[in-house]
Design a protein around this ligand. Structure first.
Ligand code: E4P
Length: 220
């Protein structure tokens, strides 16, 4: 499973990319708005930090398919490298997915809440499907089950799409989608650190340090 960071916080991207096997960054208009800077400026800075090989997912804002396609072309031009345009799975969005794929731009279908939305987006050519796990859980609609069904549908119909599970609030949700076979996950920097943290690991390392320090002088 690939891990991505769902943030536009460039300091955090830099810090965590240095530590962990992270394959890219996802953003959406709400995330961009928190940074209080123009989208072009932010995504260029993120690209500079992560390099051309890592994935960068940037979302459209327009409502009509033609507007989304225009935004996709412009946003892709702003950042070179491994780029995905995120398009919501509205009727106009599904149309836009087919259109941008014909232009050779890779697509992440986003704001996926049902299995059928995901399946139709995959048929339209989406490379990734992004179901919103926590927002589904908040409505008692079982986000992990939706992810699991999407993985099953992709396998059943031999589709090229992958599941990039999104919208998480806790480690258990992330673990659930990993057990369901999600291909990728995007989480906030804070949640990513919770995936790694355990108080007993910290305590074990402290104990090793105390026990071993007299005997670990390896010379200059
Ligand atoms: C990802 O790309 C989504 O836009 C994002 O994960 C949504 O997360 P939220 O439900 O925490 O806003």
């Amino acid at each position: 499973m690939m891990y991505l960071l769902d943030t536009a916080d460039t300091k955090e991207i830099k810090r965590l990319m240095d530590l962990y096997p992270i394959e890219g960054v996802t953003t959406n208009p709400s995330i961009i708005s928190k940074a209080r800077r123009p989208v072009g400026e932010i995504i260029k800075e993120i690209r500079h930090i992560i390099g051309n090989d890592k994935m960068l997912h940037v979302q459209t804002l327009g409502e009509r398919a033609e507007e989304m396609v225009d935004e996709a072309v412009k946003l892709k031009e702003m950042v070179e490298g491994n780029f995905y345009i995120k398009i919501p799975v509205t009727p106009q969005g599904i149309k836009a997915i087919s259109m941008v794929k014909k232009l050779g731009i890779k697509v992440t279908a986003t704001a996926v809440f049902t299995q059928q939305q995901g399946l139709i987006a995959a048929k339209a050519g989406a490379d990734f499907l992004a179901p919103y796990v926590n927002r589904l859980d908040n409505m008692s609609c079982h986000g992990v089950e939706v992810v699991s069904d999407l993985v099953h549908l992709i396998e059943t119909y031999n589709l090229d799409a992958k599941v990039l599970a999104a919208s998480f609030k806790n480690v258990d949700q992330v673990h659930g989608i990993s057990m369901a076979g999600a291909h990728a996950v995007t989480v906030t920097p804070k949640l990513f650190e919770h995936l790694v943290y355990h108080p007993l690991t910290k305590q074990a390392v402290r104990d090793f340090e105390e026990d071993g320090q007299r005997y670990y002088d390896l010379g200059a």
